[in-house]
Ligand binder design. Structure first.
Ligand SMILES: Nc1ncnc2c1ncn2[C@@H]1O[C@H](COP(=O)(O)OP(=O)(O)OP(=O)(O)O)[C@@H](O)[C@H]1O
Ligand SMILES: C=C(C)CCOP(=O)(O)O
Length: 251
């Protein structure tokens, strides 16, 4: 592809009311869609997390402990929760003039022991070439060892960044970056990450919160790809290549 892809994850903590029992944050989605619509020149691939639309269901059905006939109902319930959120994200983007389309990892990806091992990426690149914005999400995915598992949007970001050879990788969330004693850590490497206290999410989360995110992004950094974590309010700065006040994860 002539122009490099920009990969952007909208965290589940910002597209849903992750702290409450509520669902989709429609007003926030509309505001985000307006910002994204202002950059039709970008070759954008979006991924969103699940927040309150998927994590509680995955936890209730113990999906991460493996899936067999006993808890198989959790596959559909969890997928439907996050697929509904995906429909809302896509609808908000389309209402603002972004030619967005939902792509569900359940049908396109495979996992082995909780790790994403394959994802059909050629159709995603083809959509982008046509000026269409694919919108993927963390999902329940069939797993060769566990039956099924939950793949975070962060794992998908890592996989797509490498496969699509993305030019820029950004993750927007509900904190201004990785925090150490309340202050943003501007840069993280594998060495420095070990000295920080990085935890899970304060809300229901089966994929490891900030810790899971950093695990994926350090693996990406090992492959020579840097990534950015920033507060959702700085998304415009990230898209415009400006300082976003967050954390850069690099080798
Ligand atoms: N050192 C840290 N710095 C910043 N946030 C941290 C740290 N340790 C733990 N966290 C938690 O990680 C959360 C962000 O991770 P989380 O997985 O919830 O983000 P998300 O990607 O927006 O959500 P989702 O996983 O639903 O897509 C923060 O809200 C914070 O509570
Ligand atoms: C819980 C589900 C279905 C996906 C989790 O994706 P994440 O919110 O990016 O961790």
């Amino acid at each position: 592809m002539d122009k490099k892809i920009t990969l952007l994850k909208l965290g589940g903590s910002v597209v849903t009311d992750k702290a409450g029992t509520g669902g989709v944050e429609h007003a926030r989605l509309a505001a985000l869609a307006e910002v994204i619509a202002a950059r039709p020149d970008l070759h954008l691939v979006l991924v969103h997390g699940a927040g309150s639309c998927g994590h509680p269901e995955a936890k209730q059905y113990h999906i991460q402990e493996g899936v067999d006939r006993e808890n198989k109902a959790g596959i559909a319930v969890t997928h439907e929760a996050v697929a509904g959120l995906n429909r809302a994200v896509v609808a908000a983007l389309r209402e603002h003039g972004v030619d967005a389309i939902g792509v569900h990892p359940l049908a396109a990806c495979r996992a082995e022991n909780g790790q994403l091992i394959s994802c059909e990426c050629i159709p995603i690149a083809q959509l982008v070439r046509l000026g269409i914005t694919p919108v993927l999400h963390g999902d329940v995915v069939m797993d060769t060892r566990r039956g099924a598992c939950i793949i975070s949007g962060d794992q998908i970001i890592r996989y797509l960044a490498l496969t699509l050879e993305a030019g820029r990788v950004g993750l927007a969330t509900d904190v201004p970056g990785v925090l150490d004693d309340g202050a943003v850590v501007p840069e993280i490497t594998r060495d420095s990450a070990g000295r920080l206290s990085i935890g899970c999410s304060g809300n229901t989360d089966v994929t490891g919160g900030m810790k899971g995110k950093i695990t994926e992004l350090l693996a990406l950094a090992d492959a020579g790809v840097e990534s950015h974590i920033f507060h959702i309010s700085r998304i415009e700065d990230f898209l415009n290549g400006k300082d976003h006040g967050g954390t850069i994860v690099r080798r």
